[in-house]
Design a protein around this ligand. Structure first.
Ligand code: SF4
Length: 214
């Protein structure tokens, strides 16, 4: 089975509940959304990818001798059979797998397994992709999983605040400012409103800036 691969790299997990954890990132190519503030457009369009076998991707990932694997994109679930196959093999190797997905495609059952985390976006209005929100997919997430709200504007914050009040999500809730917007202001709003969410930065960008492969 062949996979369209944008890049593999070793870094720390910069986002979400596993923030700071050394992780191998497998970035798959292709996405059918176009978020206004997308920071990985090179994995969305431009046809900069390699066609690889799953075996060769796994071999390259194994070089780093790391327990944590992040399957990201682009939208990895556009290559759903490949994602299932590679995840099964990594689970056999006792790896911890995190799947980063935009949320408009239902994750396959393998991500019910205990060594997996689904990190699902809930697209706020400034992304201009909020029509892609699939409430059913968000509600199916478990406490091991996370929902990530990327907050750029006041409208985004109000939307996210109301959305979590209206819905009884089991997944952990992350509020993350877009790169360049104020985490301090976002934190103050969350504290003023006493929201039960985590405010997290993009740690990798604080360390290295907005660099590909980091
Ligand atoms: S879903 Fe993710 S990869 Fe696709 S355009 Fe939006 S931010 Fe970029």
């Amino acid at each position: 089975m062949k996979i369209k691969l944008s890049e593999i790299f070793f870094s720390i997990q910069g986002e979400g509940v596993l923030i700071g954890t050394p992780t191998v990132f497998i970035r798959l190519y292709g996405c059918n959304l176009r978020c206004d503030w997308c920071d990985s457009m090179y994995a969305v369009e431009g046809n900069e990818y390699n066609v690889r076998t799953i075996g060769s991707v796994m071999k390259e990932a194994e070089i780093y001798n790391c327990d944590n694997i992040c399957i990201t994109g682009g939208e990895p679930l556009l290559q759903i059979e490949q994602v299932v196959s590679i995840t099964e093999r990594f689970i056999d190797l006792k790896k911890n797998i995190i799947l980063e997905t935009a949320g408009h495609i239902e994750p396959p059952n393998i991500f019910n397994s205990k060594n997996t985390v689904i990190s699902m976006d809930c697209k706020c209005p400034s992304s201009k992709m909020d029509s892609a929100i699939n409430l059913g997919n968000l509600l199916k997430l478990k406490s091991k999983d996370q929902i990530k709200f990327i907050i750029d504007t006041d409208d985004d914050y109000s939307f996210a605040k109301e959305f979590i009040k209206k819905n009884n999500f089991r997944a952990q809730l992350i509020f993350q400012p877009t790169w360049g917007s104020s985490i301090k202001l976002l934190t103050e709003k969350v504290l003023n409103d006493n929201l039960k969410v985590r405010v997290l930065p993009q740690l990798h960008k604080d360390i290295w800036g907005d660099l590909k492969g980091k």
